[in-house]
Ligand binder design. Sequence first.
Ligand code: LLP
Length: 433
Amino acid sequence: MQFVMDCLTVNENGNLSMAGCDLTEVARQFGTPAYVMDEMQIRQNCRTYRKSIEEYYDGNGLVLYASKAFSCKAIYRMMQEEGMGIDVVSGGELYTALQAGFPAEKIYFHGNNKTEAELTLALEYGVGRFVVDNRYELDMLNRIAGEMGKIAKILFRIKPGIDAHTHSFIQTGQIDSKFGVALETGEAEEIIGYAAKLSSVEVVGIHCHIGSQIFELEPFQMAAKVMLKLMATVKDAFGLELKELNLGGGFGIKYVKEDMPIDYDRYMEAVSQVVHQECARLGMNLPFIVIEPGRSIVASAGLTLYTVGCVKEIPNVRTYVSVDGGMADNPRHIMYGAEYEAVLPRNPLGEPEMTVTVAGKCCESGDILIRDIALPKVEPGDLLAMLATGAYHYSMASNYNRIPRPPVVMLKDGKASLAVRRERYEDLLNCDL
Ligand code: LLP
């Protein structure tokens, strides 16, 4: 593979191309900065996950797209067409999905501090599942559902005690998380027993999410095992058979050459094996399995196009290449030290000639996008494509420095169209009184 994104090629003019569109043309048509996405790549990723459930688990499950990764009306419409469910974590994501016509019953509502207004909205629209985080939320949900004469179907968010980012899968420490209820203290079992007696909620399952950008299979298998054990315990203790096991998302993607993600269908293959084994051992029925990929659905289907402005060479120190975006459209380097690859769309395979640091235009020294990347000669006016920015970029963008947010351009079959238009200066005043 030439690039960290499978959907990129070089066209007959030697320019970087995606979905049959020359990216220098896309930049000319829509301006920069711009998020650009390959629609078929997104759809293909959904199909891979869905097929893996068909193939390895007899179709007894559902793939949810974790829409915090990238949320706008176009993506919810696409997810509906692809037969996906979705995970939302706020009233805003829920509202956007509903406005896009997404069926409420295939929405899972997450979040560690849902408000009364959010729960009410979700109940009004008949959201399929609430992933309940804590006792406070449980009581509130039970009360509101009761007042509305509804029964809310719930899963509990469990801290399974598995830290996927340590190779030893440390079993403690995870208690110190703001999400969910703990297993090892008995809190999880207790809250399930309590909820089983409430009149306006129905406990249908349990959920866990062990981290993000994970490259190993084993933590997912471990999590499945631990969660099934809890299901067996609940059955013994309360005679309650939980039907749904939601194993969250977290499947890694390739940002830089060194990243080695696992083929997405292998997650289901590996998890299915463990689930079959454990259910046989524990004498349980196979649960309905839900997974929630976010990043791996959209990240590698998107890039950001920037225009280079000033190139500042500080002799014997470094060369700063400043672009027309920055931490407002991509806060991931400043937040997580995230690393990226970038290419010049007019010369995507050119030999590196200079090592530069790509900086944004925000009034902040930390506004860096890539530190020390080797590129062909870069000049003011050049286009720069930062790769694998389809997840957690548009959705994490801000108006810092009153910079309007870039548009999202969707590419398909050689055609480019807007999914989200560029913000205008007057949009920035929308809420100002
Ligand atoms: N389900 C739950 C309950 C989650 O909390 C998340 C992500 C997902 C699913 C989707 O995980 P994914 O497949 O995307 O890894 N802003 C960070 C990522 C935060 C992830 C939060 N939760 C970033 O830019 O890397």
